[in-house]
Design a binder for this molecule. Structure first.
Ligand code: UDP
Length: 473
């Protein structure tokens, strides 16, 4: 039957954990509906994906050459999240711009029915148009944030009063970021539609209507992508290999009381100064609560690493907190941690994946945005949905290792942690709402839920488009 003939879809992810993880999870959703999915990736990222996305007969990986030698990177470094210095960050970014020819060649020689591509590859627009196939765009943001970006002015913290809520950001977007995003979002609007790693209930009908009305573009909420079913081992390897074993992490958490541990992690691209790390250590210790704190691993020789550690760590910090705290230097199994009953709050940079993963686990957030679109996400979490409290960060830097002028002081960190972890009326209310949204997230991806239905509708649309093309004129 024509209706049920599987679609052939290609997914092209950007080479950063925050983009690759959700788009490849979303790709598996289509494969689980028995459509032929190919993720176009590079050799080292393919190794990671093979360990962290569920294997499926309808899901394939196609690798293209990553130009390590051409840009001067060591073999195996093929992702922005694998580096921690500006030079290599620039080299990986440069390498991503060289992927167009091999990807384009593969797609042209084996055209699919639809391409789903990250908005950081705007050239896919022409490729899809030339092949006369629909392109779906993905940028990893919530729809709330896309509406907010569309309605913001460079260097102004005030968002347009036409948005459903009156919103003033805690910092103004840098001009270069606004210009960069505006251009990409403009190309995105020429796509057939937008795939959103969120569920309709969290963005809210008001923002879905606002987006459709102001742009005339269609958005499909298919998430949270992190809720696809996978084994604990696959969860632990998601994005990168974790530096702690799943057993060590889970058994440590098992020994803690419910909601007694605060999880602190700033995603894959935030690096703080030693001074800031010192303040974080002092702030958590002063709060008196248990913690798991993920500190990006500094690359370099073992000796240098040791010296770095001595510089930011308050004397005796780890010894004093041996019982109640765990410091993870490097990649943590975040999904496992956020879904453990012992975790009672998440101090987060508000990267969208981290945010929606916290929501899915019903974990309230203590928001600390740093760069990118994170200052918008903070407002959805704190003011609009009331599932987090703000730490008070007010400096919007550019991605990478840009020097920060402002330090969030230990008192603000302690206050933020206590507002949720000490309990009381406000904390209980925030926790209640977070749990409620966690339940809604799980319902959304379940049979008959909003994201589940959206996927059915999208597949139906794409099938109709493909079959209409086959009809004789
Ligand atoms: N992540 C992880 N372990 C870490 C740090 C990050 O598993 O130690 C994952 C996290 O679960 C999320 C992604 O990496 O899926 C980070 O994406 P996000 O949008 O939150 O932040 P970004 O890294 O893009 O700033």
């Amino acid at each position: 039957m024509e209706e049920t003939r599987p679609l052939k879809l290609y997914f092209i992810h950007f080479l950063a954990a925050g983009h690759m993880i959700p788009l490849c999870d979303i790709a598996t959703l289509f494969a689980s509906r028995r459509h032929h999915v190919t993720i176009i990736t590079t050799p080292s990222n393919a190794l990671t994906l093979r360990k962290s996305i569920p294997s499926h007969p309808f899901l394939h990986l196609h690798t293209v050459h990553f130009p390590s030698q051409e840009v001067g990177l060591p073999d195996g470094i093929e992702n922005l999240s694998s580096v921690t210095d500006v030079d290599n960050l620039a080299k990986v970014f440069n390498a991503t711009t060289m992927l167009q020819p091999p990807i384009q060649k593969f797609v042209e020689e084996n055209p699919p029915d639809c391409i789903v591509a990250d908005f950081l590859f705007p050239w896919v627009d022409d490729l899809a148009n030339n092949l006369n196939i629909p392109r779906l765009a993905f940028n990893g943001f919530s729809l709330f944030t896309i509406c907010a970006i569309h309605s913001s002015q460079p260097t102004s913290s005030l968002l347009s009063p036409t948005l459903p809520h009156p919103i003033t950001l805690n910092a103004s977007p840098p001009k270069e970021l606004s210009e960069f995003l505006d251009k990409l979002l403009e190309t995105e609007l020429r796509s057939y539609g937008l795939i959103v790693n969120n569920f309709a209930e969290l963005d809210g009908e008001e923002y879905i209507r606002y987006y459709e009305k102001t742009t005339g573009h269609k958005a499909w909420h298919l998430g949270p992508a992190s809720l696809i079913s996978r084994t604990p081992e696959e969860k632990a390897e998601r994005g990168m290999k974790s530096v702690v074993s799943m057993q060590e992490c889970v058994s440590w958490l098992d020994s803690k009381a419910e909601n007694s541990v605060v999880y602190i992690c700033f995603g894959s691209l935030c690096y703080f100064s030693d001074k800031q790390l010192y303040e974080i250590a002092c702030g958590i210790e002063a709060s008196g609560h248990g913690f798991i704190w993920v500190v990006p691993e500094k690359k370099g020789k073992e000796k240098e690493r040791q010296e770095e550690k001595e510089k930011w760590m308050p004397e005796g910090f780890e010894e004093r907190n041996a019982e109640k705290g765990m410091v993870i230097r490097g990649w943590a199994p975040q999904l496992l941690i956020l879904n453990h009953r012992a975790v009672g709050a998440f101090v987060s940079h508000c990267g969208w994946n981290s945010s929606v993963e916290a929501v899915s686990g019903g974990v309230p957030m203590i928001t600390w945005p740093v760069h990118g679109e994170q200052f918008y996400n903070e407002k959805l979490i704190s003011e609009v949905r009331g599932i987090g409290v703000e730490v008070g960060a007010a400096e919007w830097t550019t991605i990478g290792l840009g020097e920060r002028q402002m330090v969030v002081c230990r008192e603000s960190i302690e206050r933020g942690v206590r507002r949720i972890m000490d309990g009381g009326v406000e904390a209980e209310e925030v926790r209640r709402r977070a749990k409620e949204f966690g339940k809604k997230a799980r319902e959304a991806v379940g049979e008959g839920g909003s994201s589940h239905k959206n996927l059915t509708a999208l597949i139906h649309d794409l099938t109709r488009l493909r079959d209409a093309k086959l009809l004789p004129c």
